[in-house]
Ligand binder design. Structure first.
Ligand SMILES: CC(C)(COP(=O)(O)OP(=O)(O)OC[C@H]1O[C@@H](n2cnc3c(N)ncnc32)[C@H](O)[C@@H]1OP(=O)(O)O)[C@@H](O)C(=O)NCCC(=O)NCCS
Length: 210
């Protein structure tokens, strides 16, 4: 199956056409074993710019400019606070140190039946399971609090790390397509994955049974 994907402003990943989440879907603070997911703040802009100003990050998400300046981070935080990027956008922070390490979020599909998951982690923090932990926390929140049937994720075909995160969250491959990349100034090949509510529930019960 091939899908033509349209770009949208987002905190990570490659998106099909999205709309902001309704007001009532505002984002509470989410806590996991090692992480606290909270709304990004103006005080975070230097940390965001420091981590986001990296082509290894920008080339893997749809709408991250490169180079990425503190001004870009201010725009990002401002857009999140006004709801222009949807209500469910989080700074990912280490619980113990409060260090900001990345961002993630959920956006509503136009159908109203699904959400799109996106995330990025600063390169110094890769390969410690932190994206997976953030994604699973957000997925649990998404299915528990929103009346949706599925959550989608998209990653560049070459993005082995993100595909692994998506696999570890239980998503199933749906198809391939093309999506715009702001940093690369063109279209890139992406893979599309979906986690439906029943599969998520089954995985949660399975984990609990162990
Ligand atoms: C993709 C990204 C979010 C992963 O973050 P992370 O915190 O390193 O992810 P995790 O540690 O939870 O999982 C990464 C997995 O990929 C694996 N991996 C990473 N690079 C790999 C590679 N080149 N080959 C094989 N496996 C690789 C890791 O070993 C790990 O799997 P494991 O737990 O089975 O060992 C991070 O690299 C990133 O932000 N990249 C740039 C932005 C981006 O790609 N965002 C996602 C857009 S869809």
């Amino acid at each position: 199956m091939h899908t033509q994907l349209k770009e949208s402003q987002s905190q990570g990943g490659f998106r099909s056409e999205m709309r902001p989440l309704p007001q009532e879907l505002a984002s509470p603070i989410l806590v996991s074993e090692r992480l606290v997911l909270r709304a990004p703040e103006m005080a975070d802009t230097n940390a965001i710019a420091h981590l986001a100003n990296n082509m290894n990050v920008a080339a893997m998400v749809s709408r991250m400019p490169h180079p990425y300046t503190p001004r870009d981070a201010e725009n990002f935080v401002a857009r999140v606070s006004t709801g222009a990027m949807g209500k469910c956008v989080y700074a990912i922070t280490i619980a113990e140190t409060e260090t900001l390490i990345g961002a993630c979020g959920l956006e509503a599909h136009d159908s109203g039946r699904g959400l799109e998951l996106g995330y990025w982690i600063g390169e110094p923090y890769w390969n410690r399971g932190l994206a997976t932990e953030a994604a699973q926390t957000l997925i649990d929140f998404g299915f528990r609090h929103f009346d949706v049937d599925y959550i989608d994720a998209r990653a560049r075909v070459m993005n082995i790390g993100s595909r692994r995160v998506i696999q570890k969250c239980g998503f199933q491959f749906q198809g391939t397509g093309m999506a715009a990349s702001l940093a690369l100034g063109g279209m890139v090949a992406v893979e599309w994955f979906r986690l439906d509510r029943k599969t998520w529930g089954s995985l949660r019960n399975w984990g609990g049974a162990r």
